[in-house]
Design a binder for this molecule. Structure first.
Ligand SMILES: C[S@@+](CC[C@H](N)C(=O)[O-])C[C@H]1O[C@@H](n2cnc3c(N)ncnc32)[C@H](O)[C@@H]1O
Length: 206
C-alpha cells in the first residue's frame, strides 16, 4: 500500500478535532470522539473482498481515517464513493483526500445516490456508522437501504466497539444481517484503536 504521512493517525491532531467537534454537535450520529486508528482502517481494508471492477461505497467516512486505508488498497478498476451525512466531516475529508469522490447525503438514500452517480449496485459497502447508538427504527431503515442497494452476493463491513458488542448482537441491525447474509464473521478485538473494536464482515447477500 502506498501511504502519505499521517501525523495524527492515532492521537488526534487537527483531523481528530473534526470528529470531536462533530460529536459535540451530534453525539448519536457521530458516535466517536476521535477518528479510527490506522490499524483499524487497515483491518477493514484487508477484510474487503475487493472486486476487480464495480463500485465500493464507504458510508460515514468522517474525516477519512478508514478512507485512507481503503483507497490505498483499492484496485485501479474499482470506483470508490464516500457518503457522509455531516457537511463539516465531508469538507475535512475532501481537504485531506482530494482524489476521493465525496457525496454529502444520508446512507438511507443509498440506492438513489448510486443511481444519480451512475455507479451501479455496489459490490461492497463499508459502513462505519455508530450502529450501537442509533435508534432501532433508524438502524432498520439504514440496514434496509444497504441491503436494497448492494449487488447480489455483495459484502457489507463495519466495526463495533468491543464494549458495545453485547448490545449490538441483540440489535435489530444484527438480526436483519444474520437473516440476509450467508456468512457473518467477527474479527478478533483490534486493541490498537481507542476504543478497541472488532470488524464485522457480512458476505453472500441473498
Ligand atoms: C464513528 S464516526 C466514523 C468516522 C470514520 N469512519 C472513522 O472511523 O474514524 C461515524 C460517521 O458516520 C457519519 N454518519 C452518521 N450517520 C450517517 C448516515 N446516515 N449517512 C452517512 N454518514 C453518516 C457521521 O457523520 C460520522 O462521520
Amino acid at each position: 500500500m502506498s501511504r502519505r504521512p499521517r501525523p495524527d493517525a492515532a492521537t488526534g491532531g487537527r483531523a481528530g478535532n473534526t470528529i470531536l467537534r462533530a460529536f459535540v454537535r451530534n453525539p448519536r450520529e457521530v458516535g466517536a470522539v476521535r477518528r479510527s486508528s490506522r490499524t483499524l482502517g487497515d483491518a477493514l481494508a484487508n477484510t474487503v473482498r475487493w472486486p476487480a471492477r464495480g463500485t465500493v461505497v464507504e458510508a460515514g467516512p468522517g474525516d477519512g481515517a478508514v478512507t485512507e486505508s481503503l483507497v490505498a488498497a483499492k484496485p485501479d478498476g474499482v470506483r470508490f464513493l464516500a457518503v457522509e451525512l455531516n457537511p463539516a466531516c465531508a469538507k475535512a475529508l475532501k481537504a485531506r483526500l482530494p482524489e476521493v469522490h465525496v457525496v454529502v447525503d444520508d446512507l438511507a438514500n443509498l440506492a438513489s445516490i448510486c443511481e444519480r452517480e451512475q455507479a451501479g449496485r455496489p459490490e461492497v459497502v463499508v459502513a462505519t456508522l455508530p450502529w450501537s447508538l442509533l435508534p432501532r427504527n433508524r438502524q432498520l431503515r439504514l440496514a434496509n437501504a444497504m441491503l436494497g442497494a448492494l449487488a447480489p452476493g455483495g459484502q457489507l463491513l463495519f466495526y463495533i466497539y468491543a464494549q458495545a458488542l453485547p448490545f449490538w448482537r441483540r440489535s435489530p441491525f444484527a438480526r436483519i444481517i444474520a437473516s440476509r447474509f450467508a456468512k457473518v464473521e467477527e474479527s478478533p478485538v483490534i486493541w490498537k484503536n481507542l476504543p478497541p473494536a472488532i470488524v464485522v464482515s457480512c458476505r453472500g447477500l441473498r
